[in-house]
Design a protein around this ligand. Structure first.
Ligand SMILES: Nc1nc2c(ncn2[C@@H]2O[C@H](COP(=O)(O)OP(=O)(O)OP(=O)(O)O)[C@@H](O)[C@H]2O)c(=O)[nH]1
Length: 358
C-alpha cells in the first residue's frame, strides 16, 4: 500500500466533481457550522470524549476540531468498522496511537461481543477517572461521541444502548439513533443511557468535517469510505481510485481459485444474479484481468490501461449492457464502490503509518 499513495498522486486522480471542487467549503453548510459550535461548547462539560474514526483511514478520519482542546486523558480514539480494515494494519495503528499517548480501541459496532468488551473497558476507565479526580461519589457520567460523518457513531451509540446494563423499560423500545449508509443523517445531539448505578449517558452527535479539505488524497479516501455525499463525487474516478488500490494490494490473490473455475460454472454465475454470485463473478473478473496484465503496475499509462480493461470486464460481471459507454461505466463504478464499502472486495487500510511513509 505504501507505493499506492505516491502513485495515486501521480495518476492525478481527482474524485471531486469539477463544479464542486471549485467552491470551497461546499460541505460545510450552516447546519454543520451550528452543530460544530454546539459540540465544541459541550466538550469541556462532559466527562469523557470518544472520538470515533474509521479504522480504514485512522488518520484521514481525524475529528480535526478536537485539536482546539489540549490533548487529554479524557479522550479515547475508537477505530470503528475494524471488520472492513486490514487486521494487521489496525494493530499497527493502535500501537502508533499508544506511542502518542492516546487511548485507542478498535471495534466493530455490529458485533455484540465487541460492544460488551468495550463497555467493560469503558466502565473501568470511568472508575479510574473518578478516582483520579476525587469524584467517586458522582452518580452520573456523560460521554460524548464525536467524529466526521458516516464513521458509525449512531450505530455505536445504538449498540451501547442496547447492550448496556439498563432495565428493559429504560431501553425505550422506540429510542434509537438513525443509522444510514449516507453521511449527514444525524442532525441533533441525542442522549442515550448505557448503564445504571452509576448512570452513564452517551451523546450521539452529527458528523463534522473541516471547512476545507485541501489534500486531494484525503478527499479521495473520505469519498471512498463514504464520509462525503456521493452527489459531489465523480463515481467513475472514485472507482478508478479503488481499483488502483486493489491492483497494488495482495487482496485479489485470494481470488485465484474463482478465476480458474471451468466455463460451465462461470456460466452459472453469469446467469445467477444473487448478490453472492455477482460478488464471485466480480472477484474472478478482477483477478483474471490482473493475472493477464503484461504491463508494469508502477507505470501510470499501464495502470490506466489495466483499470480500463477491468471496467470492460466488470460490465459483464455486473451484467450491465448499456449502449452508452459513460452510463455503463458509471453504473459499474457505483456497483463496485458499494461492494467495496460492504467489505466484499477485501480489507484495506488506506492510510499509511507516518513512520513508514515513503
Ligand atoms: N461494517 C461495518 N459497518 C458499520 C459499522 N458501524 C457502522 N456501520 C455502518 O456505517 C454506516 C454509517 O453509520 P452511522 O452510524 O449512520 O454513521 P454516523 O457516524 O452516525 O453518520 P452521520 O449521521 O453522518 O454522523 C451505516 O451503514 C452503518 O450500518 C461497523 O463497525 N462495521
Amino acid at each position: 500500500m505504501v507505493g499506492t499513495t505516491s502513485f495515486v498522486k501521480k495518476l492525478g486522480i481527482s474524485v471531486m466533481k469539477v463544479s464542486e471542487s471549485k467552491s470551497s467549503s461546499w460541505w460545510y453548510n450552516h447546519h454543520m457550522r451550528a452543530a460544530s459550535r454546539a459540540i465544541l461548547e459541550r466538550i469541556p462539560l462532559v466527562d469523557l470524549v470518544l472520538e470515533v474514526r474509521d479504522a480504514r483511514i485512522p488518520m484521514s478520519s481525524e475529528y480535526a476540531q478536537l485539536r482546539k482542546f489540549p490533548s487529554s486523558s479524557k479522550n479515547i480514539i475508537v477505530l470503528n468498522k475494524m471488520d472492513l480494515a486490514s487486521h494487521s494494519k489496525t494493530k499497527e495503528w493502535m500501537e502508533y496511537f499508544k506511542e502518542l499517548n492516546y487511548i485507542p480501541y478498535a471495534i466493530n459496532s455490529h458485533n455484540k461481543d465487541n460492544i460488551k468488551e468495550f463497555l467493560n473497558f469503558l466502565q473501568a476507565r470511568i472508575r479510574d477517572i473518578r478516582r483520579s479526580t476525587d469524584s467517586s461519589n458522582t452518580q452520573t457520567t456523560t460521554i460524548m461521541l464525536v467524529g466526521i460523518p458516516n464513521v458509525g457513531k449512531s450505530a455505536f451509540a445504538n449498540s451501547l444502548h442496547q447492550i448496556g446494563r439498563i432495565s428493559a423499560t429504560e431501553k425505550g423500545k422506540l429510542k434509537h439513533a438513525t443509522v444510514s449508509p449516507h453521511p449527514g443523517e444525524t442532525k441533533n445531539i441525542t442522549s442515550f443511557k448505557i448503564a445504571s448505578n452509576p448512570n452513564i449517558y452517551i451523546l450521539d452527535t452529527p458528523g463534522i468535517l473541516p471547512p476545507e479539505i485541501l489534500d486531494a488524497e484525503i478527499s479521495s479516501k473520505l469519498a471512498l469510505t463514504g464520509a462525503l455525499i456521493d452527489s459531489v463525487v465523480d463515481q467513475s474516478m472514485l472507482a478508478h481510485y479503488f481499483l488502483s488500490i486493489l491492483n497494488f494490494s495482495d487482496e485479489y490473490k485470494k481470488w485465484k481459485n474463482i478465476s480458474t473455475m471451468d466455463k460451465k460454472e462461470n456460466q452459472i454465475i453469469n446467469d445467477d444474479h444473487t448478490q453472492d454470485c455477482v460478488v464471485q463473478s466480480v472477484r474472478g473478473a478482477l483477478f483474471q484481468e490482473i493475472a493477464s496484465f503484461k504491463g508494469k503496475m508502477k507505470d501510470e499509462k499501464d495502470m490506466i490501461q489495466l483499470i480500463e480493461a477491468q471496467f470492460t470486464t466488470l460490465r459483464k460481471a455486473f451484467n450491465v449492457s448499456l449502449d452508452s459507454f459513460e452510463d455503463a461505466n458509471s453504473i459499474v463504478a457505483t456497483k463496485l464502490i458499494n461492494l467495496y464499502r460492504t467489505g466484499r472486495l477485501g480489507h484495506y487500510t488506506l492510510d499509511t503509518l507516518p513512520r513508514t511513509c515513503e
